[in-house]
Write a protein that binds this ligand. Sequence first.
Ligand code: 5GP
Ligand code: ZN
Length: 181
Amino acid sequence: MKDNNCIFCKLANGEIPTATIYEDEDFRVILDANPAAKGHALILPKEHYANLYELDDELAGKSMILAKKMITKLTKALDCDGYNIVQNNGEAAGQTVFHYHVHMIPRHKDDKVGLGWTMHELTEEEKALKEKQIADLKASIERRKKLLANENYVSKAPAALVEKERLTLASEIEALELLEK
Ligand code: 5GP
Ligand code: ZN
């Protein structure tokens, strides 16, 4: 169904001409009128759905597959370094046009495109939990390092077990780096 009062219905169905970069029977992909970055595009279904809650399951899947196809091509065409896929639902979430759409925003390393949210400040409880996770991880890393430095253990334990300890150690170190960021 179309909604006669909806601008995106008109754009998606070509009633109002607009810069179109792709079209098939279900969707039209257009350039955003107020781009966050050069090449910022929108996937619009031709039928009217206000948001993802309302969107037909099959079209929801198709819109993400189309996003994948588009950004794969556009990353090469625009020579960008990455893409943000953004999809807002409801005024509280920043939706301003109430016809489902997927934003595709090309990104370049060190560009100044801001997507407008800040990480929330951790509560005291969350901070304490994080500190405990860090301390536990550090202790576990030390224990595992000692174990793997023990020639006796390494030569006698089954090779698969030693390998598993090494892999666990590597992922613990990675997790610690992420937590300490
Ligand atoms: P939302 O905030 O609803 O997720 O995004 C709406 C987007 O639609 C905005 O990025 C805005 O720039 C874009 N937009 C609004 N009106 C028009 C229009 O008439 N033509 C085009 N091409 N983009 C529009
Ligand atoms: Zn519409």
